[in-house]
Design a protein around this ligand. Sequence first.
Ligand code: URA
Length: 231
Amino acid sequence: MTRRVDQLLASLGYCSRSEARLFLKHHDVRAGETRLQNPAGKTAPDGVRVDGEPLDNPGGLFLMLHKPAGLVCSHDPREGPLVHDLLPERWRRRNPRVTSVGRLDKATTGLLLLTDQSEWVHRLTSPARKVPKRYLARLDKPPPPELVPLFASGEKLLLDGETKPCAPAVLALPGGCRAEITLTEGKYHQVRRMFAAVGLTVLELHRAAFGRLELGNLPPGHWRPVSPDEI
Ligand code: URA
């Protein structure tokens, strides 16, 4: 499929559409051997090179990030420092823009998926798909074992302001004040609210896995490309 050169460059974050003419003047943009200089000209993305490099992920971006505490998943800087600020500038300028697949709270750390492919956001956040997300929590008190069947029931835990009970969640209690919980839905502040509903406060929360993807030893603030098939 061919696209206007200015649209192609702007969608991948190289420049804005209005900057495309200057960008083409100052950079060596080629389709095969042909130098592209007309922003309104059309080209197929395949085989386009910018200063000798292939185009930057022309088929879409898909990343996993180790979200540090203190950053927000929104695009609004009034809400605090943004997870998106960790990404290279060119990716922050892409259109459609790169967004997170669901959100983690500002204080939550761990595995966050980011993509510019909205169909993947819908696919992975749809409750119907029941994609498991595993969290590690540190609580203010040791959680009692009765919570395991309660969280697993899928009918007994109704959170404030919700009309439907929480779907079955798998809770493991490794000891002390720690809990490992796997959810297949993503209500607002869900883990914190589930524990609050039984009188416990989450002091620390970390997402260790999303579907089959494990955060592993990716350091905080770092990201790596993933393929949607890995999830
Ligand atoms: N549940 C929460 O309460 N917070 C998160 O960030 C993720 C799940």
